[in-house]
Design a protein around this ligand. Structure first.
Ligand SMILES: Cc1cc2nc3c(=O)[nH]c(=O)nc-3n(C[C@H](O)[C@H](O)[C@H](O)COP(=O)(O)OP(=O)(O)OC[C@H]3O[C@@H](n4cnc5c(N)ncnc54)[C@H](O)[C@@H]3O)c2cc1C
Length: 385
């Protein structure tokens, strides 16, 4: 077992860290305060090659392995979870689905545009009445005489949905077939029936774009099915396998940021005539944060190593996602404790870390769903069927 990163991985990590500190960090607080989805910053992230990190170079990607992808995602997530969400959605949910399931024509048409950031993509699985039970899609796709599909329904909580030029839309083609009737459609969004609107009032991720989307007679040509009719559920699950990995890596960054801010504050803040870092109960909080940060990173790297080796990694990815997201919530909570009252206002970034961390145990499968996936591997009994 080798825990050393290669020279190339260390270089890419250093570059990502410098980029994140130089470009992402200075804008994060203001973008969150102004609820501003920063397209200029998205373009800079795309220029770095991070939106197509794991896509082979022949399709315009950076051709990174999964371990290196986690390093980049961690570094962006260390400064801004809203921008990390852009990477997770574009790279893992959208690009990895096209890579795994797309025809050569589909890959050639979309991947270069997505990797360069010319187009944003979104992943339309969740609906107002369909969350964890993702197979139970209400959105309907009906085949027309000319072979094309007409799609009607609604999607909810869709990241990048207001800006995406390409939407992966999951829909039921035959309700009697249950999940075997599901399909994933590549929907180009510049048509009147595709109606996104911004979702207001989020607790965190204020600088991210989240949409509800009406689908009113949206048309998808016959060749716009990703995989085959009936593959929709498998497409969704394989996308989430990469997406959960990316969320977990971003959460390692959130843990690290919470810890770094807490150590710096504890050394600087004085009470009882001494820096609060001198108090054992404060050191305990820092030590517990450090243990969780390192454990989360090791679990992410294990899942990444399995992916890079082409081995099954669904359970290990769920373990990493479950642990890293819960750790991020815990570390951000402790960071506020270390900061005292100062941590409760947005002059200190830990206030934002706390709010941004909270969604990570919900999206791309809640913590309960991850536990059921792990339980299924342990018992052979599928509680999600
Ligand atoms: C900011 C944000 C961005 C998002 N981005 C996207 C996106 O880009 N694309 C997309 O498709 N979706 C997206 N989502 C949706 C997200 O994936 C869902 O919110 C999530 O899957 C949970 O679904 P739900 O909210 O309907 O909760 P529900 O499924 O209603 O769950 C409610 C509670 O019940 C629990 N529960 C449900 N079923 C079980 C069970 N069988 N056993 C035990 N407990 C259970 C859950 O764990 C949870 O605690 C986003 C959500 C948010 C908040």
């Amino acid at each position: 077992m080798d825990f050393e990163l290669s020279d190339e991985q260390q270089l890419i990590r250093r570059t990502a860290r410098e980029f994140s500190d130089r470009e992402v960090a200075p804008r994060a607080t203001e973008n969150a305060r102004n609820q501003h989805f920063d397209l200029d910053l998205v373009a800079r992230i795309a220029d770095q090659g991070y939106l197509g990190a794991i896509v082979p170079r022949e399709y315009g990607g950076a051709g990174l392995d999964y371990i290196t992808y986690s390093l980049v995602t961690e570094e962006i997530g260390r400064n801004d979870s809203a921008m990390r969400t852009v990477i997770s959605v574009q790279t893992s949910l959208v690009c990895s689905s096209l890579l795994r399931w797309g025809t050569e024509e589909q890959k050639q048409r979309y991947l270069p545009r997505l990797c360069s950031g010319e187009w944003l993509g979104c992943f339309g699985l969740t609906e107002p009445d369909t969350g964890s039970d993702a197979a139970n899609q209400r959105t309907r796709a009906v085949r027309q005489d000319d072979g094309s599909w007409r799609i009607n329904g609604a999607k909810m909580w869709i990241s990048l949905g207001n800006h995406a030029r390409l939407a992966l839309v999951f829909a039921q083609t035959d309700p009697e077939m249950a999940h075997r009737g599901l399909a994933c459609f590549l929907v180009e969004t510049d048509q009147p029936g595709f109606q996104p609107s911004e979702l207001h009032g989020k607790m965190g991720l204020h600088a991210s774009d989240t949409a509800q989307i009406g689908l009113d007679d949206v048309v998808a040509p016959a060749d716009a099915v990703l995989g085959d009719i009936g593959d929709g559920f498998k497409v969704a699950m394989s996308a989430l396998d990469s997406g959960r990995y990316s969320v977990a890596a971003g959460c390692v960054g959130l843990c690290e940021a919470s810890l770094d801010a807490s150590v710096a504050y504890a050394k600087e803040r004085k009470q009882f005539g001494r820096p609060i870092a001198a108090f054992q109960l404060v050191q305990e909080m820092l030590a517990d944060m450090k243990v969780r940060t390192d454990a989360a990173r090791m679990l992410v790297w294990r899942a990444g190593a399995l992916k890079d080796a082409g081995k099954p990694s669904t359970t290990e990815t769920s373990i990493a996602k479950l642990y890293a997201t819960e750790a991020a919530c815990w570390c951000a909570d402790r960071a506020i404790q270390v900061h005292g009252g100062s941590g409760y206002v947005d002059d200190h970034p830990v206030e934002r870390y706390y709010r941004d961390a909270r969604v990570t145990t919900l999206y791309e499968g809640t913590s309960q769903i991850q536990k059921l996936i792990i339980g299924r591997a342990l018992t052979g009994v599928n509680a999600l069927a």
